[in-house]
Design a protein around this ligand. Structure first.
Ligand SMILES: Nc1ncnc2c1ncn2[C@@H]1O[C@H](COP(=O)(O)OP(=O)(O)O)[C@@H](O)[C@H]1O
Ligand SMILES: [Mg+2]
Length: 509
C-alpha cells in the first residue's frame, strides 16, 4: 500500500515509524531523489481539522529559510481524502523518549557533556522560534528527534508543530491546553490554564532534568501538583553528583535546571538569556578544545624531537665504537692525540644529546596535559634516564661518576670541556698551537656548560664538532667502504638542523 503525495513523494503505508496523538508517521521516498530519506506525517482531518493541519505546515514552512539544523526540515503538504500528509526529513534515530527509554533499559546514564550538547542544540533551535515569535507549546522528548550528521555527530531537532502558534494568533486559540502533554506542562498552564512565552522553557527544563535522572521529578499527573506546590515555596533541590563530567559542566547544567524549573514565570529565565549562556559555554568549550589540540600538537613535536635526539645519541654510541675500531686497525691516519681529542669530544657530544633530551622534556612537558605528561614520564623519560645512566657506567673511557642524574648537580659537560681544554693545551705544547681555534671554542663551551639545562648547548657543541672533524679528521679518513660509512655517520650526526626546526616549531606554539 503506497500513496503518492504531490506526484513525487511515495509514502509507504506499511512502514510506520511511530504514531503521535493525532497522526501516524511513515517512511517515505522522493521519486526524484532516491537517496533522500523522508518521513510522511499523516494527520487525520477528523481529529485535527484542515486549518490546524495547515497551520502546522505553515509554521514549519516559515522556518525553513533559516536552515536551522535543530528544526526538522519540511518539504511539502497535500490533502488526500480525509488525511493531510506533511513530508518531513527522516530522523533515523527516532525521538528522545525512545533514547531515554533505551538508556534506562541498558542502565546507562547521559554524561554532562552529552546533556550540554543536547541543551546547546535545542536552545539554538528554540531561540529561532522565539525570535520568530512562535510558541511551540508541546516541548517534550517525543517531539525532539535524533539523527546523525555526516561527521557522525548526534543532532537534535525540534519537531511536531501541531500545537505551535504565532504569537499574534494566540488570542484566538483558547482551547489549546487540551493538546498539551500534561506531564511536561508548566504550572501556569497546569493550574491557571494560561500560556506564557516562558511555558516552553519550563517544559525544556523538565527534559533536561529527565536526561540527568532518566525520570521526571514526579511520575504521575497526581504527583505533579504537590511538586508544583513545593516549587512555589522553595527553590528546586536536586543533586547532580552522580553525573559523569567536569565541575564546570555539571554546575552549568545545575544552573540551567534551577533557572528553567521555576514556578513563577517572571523569575524563570527567557530564551534569550538561555541562548547567551549556552553560546558562551560553546565558545568556552571551543577554546578548551583548541588548547587541547595545541597540547597534542606540542606533544607530537616534543616526541619527534626526543626521538630524533635519542636516535642521534644511539648513533654516537655506534660511531664511537667504529671510530675506535678504525683507529686500532690503523685505518685512520690520525695521531693518538687527535684520536683522544675526537673520542672525548664524541663522548661529550653523546652526553650533551642525553642532557638535551632530559632538559628538553623538563623544560617543555609542563605545557602538556597531565595524561601526556604521564606517558612521557613512564615511557620516555624514565627509559631514557635509565639507559643513559647505565651506558655511561659501562663506558670505560669515561672516568666520571654518574650515579646522580639530577641535572642541577651534573657537571659532566663542564668537566668534559675542561678535560678537552687540557688535552688541547697538552697537544699544543708539541704541535705549535695546532688547535688554537678549537681551544677557544672549548673555553667558550665551558662557559655554556656551567649553565647546562638547555639544549642550546648542543648546538654550540656541534659547532666544535664540525670544526674538529672537518679540519682534523675527515681529510684523513681514507675513501674505502668502511670509512665512507664512518664519514656518513658523522655527517648524519651533525645533520642537526632538523632538531632545531622541530624545536622552533615547538616553541612557536
Ligand atoms: N521526521 C521524522 N523522523 C523520524 N521520526 C519521526 C519524524 N516525525 C515524527 N516522528 C515520530 O513520530 C512521532 C509522532 O510525530 P509528531 O509529529 O510528534 O506527531 P503528533 O503531533 O501526533 O504528536 C514522533 O514522536 C516521532 O517518534
Ligand atoms: Mg508529537
Amino acid at each position: 500500500m503506497s500513496i503518492t503525495v504531490k506526484k513525487r513523494y511515495e509514502v509507504d503505508g506499511y512502514q510506520i515509524i511511530n504514531r503521535g496523538n493525532y497522526s501516524y508517521v511513515f517512511h517515505c521516498k522522493d521519486k526524484e531523489n532516491q537517496e533522500l530519506k523522508l518521513a510522511a506525517k499523516k494527520i487525520s482531518l477528523a481529529s485535527m481539522g484542515i486549518n490546524k493541519s495547515l497551520q502546522e505546515y505553515e509554521i514549519l514552512d516559515s522556518l525553513q529559510v533559516f536552515l536551522n539544523p535543530h528544526i526538522v526540515k519540511c518539504y511539502d503538504i497535500e490533502q488526500i481524502g480525509d488525511d493531510v500528509f506533511i513530508i518531513l526529513e527522516l530522523c533515523e534515530l527516532g525521538d528522545l523518549s525512545k533514547k531515554i527509554y533505551e538508556m534506562r533499559q541498558k542502565n546507562q546514564r547521559f554524561t554532562a557533556e552529552q546533556i550540554l550538547d543536547f541543551i546547546i542544540q535545542v536552545v539554538d533551535g528554540a531561540f529561532l522560534l522565539y525570535k520568530k515569535k512562535i510558541f511551540h507549546r508541546d516541548i517534550k522528548p517525543q517531539n525532539i528527534l535524533l539523527t546523525m550528521d555526516s561527521n557522525n555527530n548526534l543532532i537534535y531537532k525540534i519537531c511536531d508543530f501541531g500545537s505551535a502558534r504565532f504569537v499574534q494568533d494566540m488570542g484566538q486559540a483558547q482551547n489549546f491546553t487540551k493538546y498539551l502533554t500534561p506531564l511536561y506542562q508548566s504550572p501556569e498552564i497546569s493550574i491557571q490554564q494560561i500560556f506564557s512565552p516562558k511555558s516552553d522553557i519550563f517544559s525544556f527544563g523538565l527534559i533536561i532534568y529527565e536526561l540527568c535522572f532518566l525520570k521526571l521529578p514526579y511520575i504521575t499527573k497526581e504527583e505533579q501538583q504537590p511538586f508544583f506546590n513545593q516549587l512555589k515555596d522553595e527553590k528546586f533541590q536536586f543533586d547532580l553528583s552522580t553525573i559523569e563530567g567536569s565541575n564546570e559542566q555539571i554546575n552549568l547544567i545545575k544552573l540551567i535546571i534551577e533557572q528553567t524549573i521555576v514556578y513563577k514565570q517572571e523569575n524563570r529565565i527567557n530564551w534569550e538569556d538561555l541562548y547567551a549562556i549556552t553560546t558562551d559555554f560553546k565558545q568556552y568549550s571551543q577554546t578548551i578544545y583548541e588548547q587541547q589540540n595545541a597540547e597534542n600538537f606540542c606533544y607530537t613535536i616534543a616526541k619527534q624531537h626526543v626521538n630524533l635526539l635519542m636516535k642521534k645519541s644511539q648513533l654516537v654510541n655506534v660511531l664511537m665504537l667504529e671510530f675506535q675500531n678504525c683507529f686500532q686497525l690503523n685505518i685512520l691516519d690520525i695521531s693518538l692525540n687527535i684520536f683522544k681529542l675526537a673520542f672525548t669530544t664524541l663522548a661529550c657530544c653523546k652526553h650533551l644529546l642525553c642532557m638535551s633530551i632530559i632538559s628538553f622534556m623538563e623544560g617543555n612537558y609542563k605545557n602538556l596535559s597531565s595524561n601526556l605528561k604521564k606517558i612521557i614520564k613512564e615511557e620516555r623519560f624514565q627509559e631514557l634516564s635509565g639507559i643513559y645512566k647505565q651506558k655511561f657506567k659501562q663506558d670505560p673511557d669515561i672516568k666520571f661518576n654518574f650515579d646522580d642524574i639530577n641535572i642541577k648537580k651534573f657537571n659532566y659537560a663542564l668537566d668534559m670541556a675542561h678535560f678537552q681544554i687540557n688535552w688541547i693545551n697538552d697537544i699544543n705544547k708539541n704541535y705549535q698551537n695546532q688547535f688554537k681555534d678549537l681551544h677557544d671554542h672549548f673555553i667558550q663551551f665551558a662557559a655554556f656548560a656551567k649553565n647546562i639545562g638547555s639544549s642550546s648547548n648542543y648546538e654550540d657543541y656541534i659547532y666544535l664538532w664540525n670544526d674538529l672533524f672537518q679540519t682534523q679528521i675527515e681529510p684523513k679518513i681514507p675513501q674505502n667502504n668502511q670509512q665512507g660509512n664512518l664519514n656518513m655517520q658523522i655527517q648524519e650526526l651533525f645533520n642537526y638542523k632538523q632538531i632545531f626546526s622541530f624545536k622552533q616549531k615547538f616553541q612557536h606554539k
